[in-house]
Design a protein around this ligand. Structure first.
Ligand code: 5GP
Length: 114
């Protein structure tokens, strides 16, 4: 896949408000937050979309999700609740083609989405 803005964030070529990092996962605040808490969790190894994930990516995708859940616990909003979203391709609203999990929290979120 081609490089994306998230690749530049991973390589520290552009700034981001990074809130979590380990060997496999990076998390940073969304530039255009849709809730009081809006953090993006990404695998450092890029996968363009969920369609492109393979069984070999299962552990990595699990790490991304578990990092989001750990963050929610650490930040104290796990009990109140939150939403995790992976947008895929045009109809899903994906704009950056480096798979990412949106973590949204801090207010009651409406459902269903528009
Ligand atoms: P998508 O629409 O692909 O599911 O989500 C992409 C998200 O990346 C959007 O919520 C958008 O606000 C965020 N975003 C796009 N460019 C940047 C950037 O340069 N820095 C940060 N922190 N977020 C970005």
């Amino acid at each position: 896949m081609g490089d994306t803005i998230f690749g530049k964030i991973i390589r520290r070529e552009i700034p981001a408000d990074i809130v979590y990092e380990d060997d496999d996962v990076l998390a940073f605040r969304d530039l255009n937050p849709q809730a009081p808490v809006h953090v993006l969790f990404i695998p450092k190894q890029p996968i363009a979309t969920l369609n492109d994930a393979t069984p070999e990516d299962a552990a990595l995708l699990g790490k991304v999700l578990l990092a989001a859940a750990d963050y929610a616990r650490q930040e104290g909003f796990a009990q109140d609740g939150y939403r995790t979203v992976i947008n895929c391709n045009t109809h899903g609203g994906q704009t950056v083609y480096h798979l990412h999990v949106h973590l949204l929290a801090g207010r009651r979120l409406s459902w269903p989405p528009g």
